[in-house]
Design a protein around this ligand. Structure first.
Ligand code: ADP
Ligand code: TPP
Ligand code: MG
Ligand code: MG
Ligand code: MG
Length: 307
């Protein structure tokens, strides 16, 4: 199938998402920007680096590719308005795989009431997916990485360590449909928690894509503060402990440094009540860097490409 046939196949019969005034199908989409500002973010996923088609179905990969972008929109305190999808497909990729991928993208987008408003299809040596998400602040100020203040509480919404546990299970050759494997295949970012944190006065926020400690390092650096994670406050779910003991791995390490669950981590003034779904895990102080119970964490604090 040629390029235009494939585009026709993946766009045909799709409903236009709310807020889309035009597209896909013209040179660009036109979206409503009620706030007068547009939030924009992009993340690329590459076969063998971010996913394997013997570990995940194309539909699951499509959902994940959109989810990792929508979590960045939520991490600004915004709501998504549309996604654009770039697909680099090897010439021997069955068109049904592209169709399923786009189907997964639509499913995830529709979880938050939006759609795929445009994209691009090119030939490539390995399957490459680039998603751009756009969002609306609904009149609120963006919650950046740089607003954490000494005395703030550090809190998290969503799962930590589940995706890393699933990756460990898959990496050891098991394909059983345990919950952690499901979590690795399709993350469940707490989308609504982003805008809720913004409304509750969060001073900084980001999504956890690389690992809690690594990502808190970005907040600490941008805000010029120190962050201490208190392990007595960080829950290690029973499920993760079970998987860890079966694999001879460390569940706490997954929770502290595992990426790809797309949880949200934020800081809040200590006198504010945390919004529903948020749990305290540490504190902000004067200084720099991230510590765990006052000590520097031994070993890598999260995923880093080329390391
Ligand atoms: N090639 C690039 N050009 C411009 N900005 C980039 C590029 N790559 C990354 N960035 C920016 O650097 C910041 C950190 O990137 P990244 O760690 O990928 O963030 P995230 O985990 O939220 O996706 C983001 O603001 C991102 O937009
Ligand atoms: C086959 C495979 N190997 C390893 C991983 C683990 N992994 C790949 S990228 C990544 C971190 C997140 O990806 P990144 O491109 O850094 O996203 P961003 O931080 O930009 O959101 C992790 C934990 C995986 N998902 N799949
Ligand atoms: Mg990124
Ligand atoms: Mg992010
Ligand atoms: Mg990263």
């Amino acid at each position: 199938m040629g390029e235009f046939g494939l585009i026709e196949q993946v766009t045909a019969g799709r409903e236009q998402s709310p807020g889309t005034l035009l597209g896909p199908g013209d040179d660009a989409a036109v979206l409503r920007a009620p706030d007068g500002r547009v939030v924009a973010t992009t993340d690329v996923l590459v076969e063998q680096v971010h996913f394997r088609l013997d570990w995940s179905t194309p539909h699951q990969v499509g959902r994940k590719a959109v989810a990792v972008n929508l979590s960045d929109i939520a991490a600004m305190g915004a709501v998504p308005t549309g996604v654009l999808v770039g697909l680099g497909c090897p010439p021997d990729l069955p068109s049904s795989v592209a169709e399923e991928l786009v189907g997964g993208m639509w499913e995830e987008a529709q979880q938050v009431g939006i759609g795929v408003v445009g994209g691009d299809m090119v030939s490539a040596s390995s399957l490459t997916i680039s998603v751009t998400a756009l969002g609306d602040l609904q009149g609120r100020e963006p919650v950046t990485r740089s607003g954490a203040r000494p005395g703030d509480v550090v809190a998290v919404a969503g799962r930590l360590g589940w995706s890393a546990a699933g990756l460990a299970v898959l990496g050891r050759g098991f394909r059983s449909p345990v919950a952690v494997v499901g979590a690795h295949r399709v993350p469940e970012p707490p989308y609504a928690a982003g805008p809720q944190a913004a409304l509750a006065g969060a001073t900084s926020m980001m999504d956890v894509s690389d690992g809690l400690l690594s990502d808190l390092g970005h907040i600490a650096a941008a805000s010029e503060v120190a962050i201490d994670v208190r392990t007595e406050q960080v829950e290690v779910p029973q499920r993760l402990s079970e998987v860890a003991s079966a694999l001879g791995a460390d569940a706490r390490h997954w929770v502290l440094t595992g990426g790809e669950d797309q949880a949200l981590v934020a800081t809040f003034p200590a006198d504010r009540e945390l919004p529903e779904g948020w749990r305290a895990i540490g504190a902000v102080a004067e200084g720099s860097g991230v510590t765990v119970d006052g000590f520097t964490y031994e070993g890598p604090s999260g995923w880093e490409h080329w390391r």
